[in-house]
Design a protein around this ligand. Structure first.
Ligand SMILES: Nc1ncnc2c1ncn2[C@@H]1O[C@H](COP(=O)(O)OP(=O)(O)OP(=O)(O)O)[C@@H](O)[C@H]1O
Ligand SMILES: [Mg+2]
Length: 497
């Protein structure tokens, strides 16, 4: 009889030094199914997929493809077996063009004989197929937004005619219309018989898309269930081992004086005549499609990019922060969306990363760091948001994706800001930890901090914000008050209908 499974990972175990990332984990993927792989941050999802893709070597266990045991000892072997992976952290070459990245394997194989013109035309065809006609095949990948980089990554995998496609949190950087496109591509591939492993912390997506779900917890296998047989609540309690009563905790705040007012701000191509204000204790959301100018607006105010014209009024006085350092010195913080490039120093310790913006709290009056105090402080702060790590002396890049995000956030929580911008604060963070982050944001608001929250997750904006401003093509397209917040209203403004 022909084997029912395309891929079987059996009894996989993997250590990293003292950390047991996977213990005896089994995952079986049928032909032409969409199989969701879920679990909390650090559960071992990415590690398991990296073993399948040849990026990591397992300590023990077996891998079967089409019922035949295979040895995967390098990414090339996995590729030759028809396995393609879209990683959580991109693997693109920023200095190569879009077209070069998409056909990078072919470039390597073809050696010197490359027809650049055909390459660009073919890349354009692929991008069109995905519905992204506005990505220029000759643009350098490093100049694209993270969302578009993701699209390039997907294109690259699709040209390989993979039989097994793994997507590790592919939508973390996409907004709704792009997610729709991605989903239709995934469904198309499924109908062509491709087996898909889909990793995501967004449970709505899991229910929309998957046929079966496997849950991992702390590096062990919990269960595999048909998606149709389980409710969201049951799934969450399987993942976190307890029930979460309220995803969006409530807050008691008296919204008071205006902290920040921006008038007719212009900055570069993506910020046009933007005006808005934020009051103490208020949580103001920013919604919109990728490329709508939300990040660019905040970066300009923060002093990271230059302002062409317009006014920034902060505590009643007109200011123009000269640099992020200047902004931070004045109590204005910003958690960037791209933790890999801007949010974290990956080659430095978890401790360093956490205390970077709050040195004053652990220094004595002679400016000397109290190391005992620092360690204690880091330990408490990270425990508050349930961060999973070995030692605070380990480098930040040893952490799972979601735990890196928590460190990037922790840095700002301790910085005593009066106004703070969170750009995609829960990207890649598991449900349990999301609630922790929401509690922290509420806490800040309750202390009178003015909070700006940019998010691509509409449910999050609806659950957390006092009002939401929608940007579209660099301009403010509308504003929706808490009482009228729903997905329809947000989409309407964002799409301009
Ligand atoms: N290169 C590495 N060196 C050391 N430890 C690692 C390495 N890669 C992963 N780990 C550890 O292995 C465990 C599993 O990590 P993994 O990245 O697989 O989690 P995940 O389920 O993908 O989490 P997330 O949802 O946050 O992406 C974590 O404790 C992580 O810190
Ligand atoms: Mg991961």
């Amino acid at each position: 009889m022909q084997n029912e499974y395309k891929v079987q990972l059996k009894n996989i175990t993997k250590h990293f030094g003292g950390v047991k990332a996977l213990t005896d984990v089994t995952l079986q993927i049928k032909k032409g199914e969409i199989h969701a792989l879920i679990g909390e941050n650090g559960a071992g999802k990415s590690t398991l997929m990296k073993i399948l893709s040849g990026a990591y070597q397992k300590d023990s266990g077996q891998i079967f493809i089409d019922g035949r045991e295979v040895k995967i000892t390098s990414p090339k072997e996995a590729k030759d077996l028809g396995v393609a992976v879209i990683y959580q952290e991109f693997m693109l070459a920023p200095d190569l063009t879009v077209a070069e990245n998409i056909f990078i394997d072919k470039l390597v194989d073809a050696g010197m004989f490359i027809n650049w013109k055909t390459l660009k035309v073919k890349a354009k065809e692929q991008l069109l197929k995905l519905g992204f006609n506005d990505i220029d095949p000759s643009a350098k990948v490093g100049t694209l937004s993270v969302a578009y980089q993701q699209v390039v990554e997907i294109c690259k995998c699709l040209t390989r005619n993979a039989e097994v496609l793994v997507l590790d949190e592919p939508t973390a950087v996409l907004t709704f219309s792009e997610i729709e496109k991605l989903f239709s591509i995934i469904r198309q591939l499924k109908s062509e018989g491709v087996s898909i492993v889909y990793i995501s912390h967004r449970l709505e997506e899991i229910f929309q898309l998957s046929d079966n779900i496997t849950v991992l917890k702390d590096g062990t296998y919990v269960d595999t269930v048909p998606t149709s047989s389980i409710s969201k609540e049951e799934l969450v309690s399987m993942m976190v081992g307890r029930e979460i009563m309220q995803l969006f905790p409530s807050r008691q705040v008296k919204i008071s004086d205006e902290i920040l007012r921006v008038e007719n701000l212009n900055a570069g191509k993506l910020v046009k005549n933007v005006s808005f204000s934020v009051k103490a204790g208020e949580v103001v959301g920013f919604s919109g499609l990728v490329g709508a100018g939300r990040t660019e607006t905040m970066r300009a105010i923060f002093g990271a990019d230059s302002i062409d014209s317009g006014k920034v009024i902060y505590f009643g006085k007109e200011v123009r922060f000269k640099s992020p350092k200047d902004a931070i010195g004045n109590g204005f913080g910003l958690l960037p969306e791209d933790r890999k490039k801007q949010g974290l120093l990956l080659e430095q310790s978890i401790r360093n990363n956490t205390t970077l913006a709050s040195m004053h709290k652990i220094k004595n009056k002679f400016d000397i760091i109290n190391h005992r105090k620092e360690k204690e402080y880091v330990k408490n702060l990270l425990a508050d948001i349930n961060t999973k790590y070995g030692s605070s002396e380990d480098n930040a890049n040893s952490l799972s994706g979601g735990n890196q995000q928590k460190i990037a956030l922790a840095k700002w929580l301790s910085a005593d800001c009066k106004c703070i911008v969170f750009d995609e604060p829960t990207r890649g963070v598991d449900v349990g930890a999301k609630t922790e982050i929401y509690k922290i944001i509420n806490n800040l608001a309750e202390q009178g901090v003015g909070v700006i929250m940019i998010s691509s997750e509409m449910t999050e904006l609806i659950g957390m914000c006092d009002r939401v401003i929608i940007m579209r093509q660099g301009m403010i397209a509308g504003e929706v008050d808490k009482s009228e917040l729903n997905e329809n209203n947000l989409i309407k403004f964002a799409m301009g209908v």
